[in-house]
Design a protein around this ligand. Structure first.
Ligand code: 5AD
Length: 353
């Protein structure tokens, strides 16, 4: 058995490796000529996922509730210094309309994502969650609204939110400082993830693949971080440059490396809910299908009104109207069927919670 097969075996058995071993896997598998090794990784990831989830692909309805943000992340198109961004904030009724449309289409999980908008106070978010929970008691509510105080997270949880997505962005504090201004702290972000876990949320972390200054060692640290945190969800996608940001001239992350990370994460966390993200679909016309075949099991079609989608520009050329949109659900189902998977509409909670 080759060295890389031994490592995959042990990762599959023990669900942990040394950071250097993760790094070796990331390096080996990301080389373009390692196509055979990647096929082996994806086959193993597929078997692991199938043992837990069968051929089911879960859908989450994404509502981009606000693109106002107090932060200034160097990679992000809705950073506060971007004067070209046309800012918006949806009110409760506009968001509820998105949910109604989504519910009609079969969605049973709503994800409210937005920048760190100071107008989205605890009262506003709490009232929103309560209203959605009241109108759609059979649906799961996921929030993705950035860093908050523990008390705020607790209030949203008590109002009916059960899942929270907060990408850790990078597990390396030194790399974090190269992606964010000094006003932001890696320690605080990680503390938020711990608070969310303790409160009882199903928690999602994640990072971009191929972000500026990222090395294989950083990705290995990301895997180690996930091994420790044991998140219920992980969101990863390629970095894509945005023309109005300081990182406008950096190359984007690769498809291959993103697929490798999806496969490794599936082996590391067999039950994880792992989306094939919009960013992945943006860099390759078949990115979503490839993501599923590499180990992902979730897709998040966009329920935001089309004018909002265009304004929620985290990166250039973001997909908006095809199978990644709610209107394209029939197309998405057909695509998934063509690769042997079946889109299902149940809430898809983390097994065992
Ligand atoms: N390319 C890819 N992903 C990005 N994000 C923000 N900006 C970009 C970009 N330029 C990701 C971040 C954030 C999530 C909402 O979107 O990881 O957490």
């Amino acid at each position: 058995m080759s060295r890389f097969e031994k490592l995959l075996d042990r990762l599959g058995r023990e669900r942990r490796l040394a950071t250097e071993e993760y790094e070796e896997l990331v390096r080996t598998l990301s080389r373009e000529e390692a196509a055979g090794e990647r096929e082996e990784l994806f086959a193993r990831a597929g078997r692991v996922r199938e043992a837990v989830y069968g051929k089911k692909v879960y859908i989450r309805g994404l509502v981009e509730v606000s693109n106002v943000c107090r932060n200034d992340c160097y990679y992000c198109g809705i950073r506060k210094s971007n004067g070209h961004a046309v800012r918006y904030r949806m009110d409760q009724e506009e968001i509820l309309e998105c949910c109604r449309e989504g519910y009609r289409l079969g969605f049973r999980t709503f994800v409210f994502q937005g920048g760190e908008d100071p107008a989205m106070t605890d009262e506003v978010v709490e009232a929103l969650v309560a209203a959605v929970h009241r109108e759609f008691p059979d649906c799961a509510i996921t929030l993705s609204l950035g860093e908050k105080e523990r008390e705020s997270y607790q209030r949203f949880f008590d109002a009916g939110a059960s899942r929270y997505l907060l990408r850790h962005e990078t597990a390396s504090p030194e790399h974090y400082r190269r992606l964010h201004p000094p006003s932001m702290s890696w320690e605080h972000r990680v503390q938020c993830l711990r608070d969310l876990k303790e409160i009882g949320y199903q928690v999602g972390c994640g990072c971009m693949i191929g972000s500026p200054f990222q090395t294989a060692e950083h990705l290995a640290e990301d895997l180690k971080f996930m091994e420790r945190l044991q998140p219920e969800m992980v969101g990863i996608g390629p970095f894509i440059s945005q023309k109005d940001t300081p990182f406008r001239d950096f190359p984007g992350g690769g498809l291959t490396q993103t697929l490798v990370m999806l496969g490794l994460i599936r082996l590391l966390l067999p039950r994880v809910l792992l989306p094939a993200t919009t960013a992945l679909g943006t860099i390759d016309p078949e990115g979503r299908q490839k993501g599923i075949l590499a180990g992902a099991n979730v897709v998040m079609p966009n329920l935001s009104p089309p004018v909002r989608r265009k304004q929620y520009m985290l990166y250039d050329n973001k997909l908006g109207t095809g199978e990644e949109s709610a209107e394209g659900l029939a197309l998405l189902k057909a695509q998934m069927q063509s690769i042997g998977y079946q889109v299902v509409t149940d809430r898809g909670d983390y097994p065992g919670t």
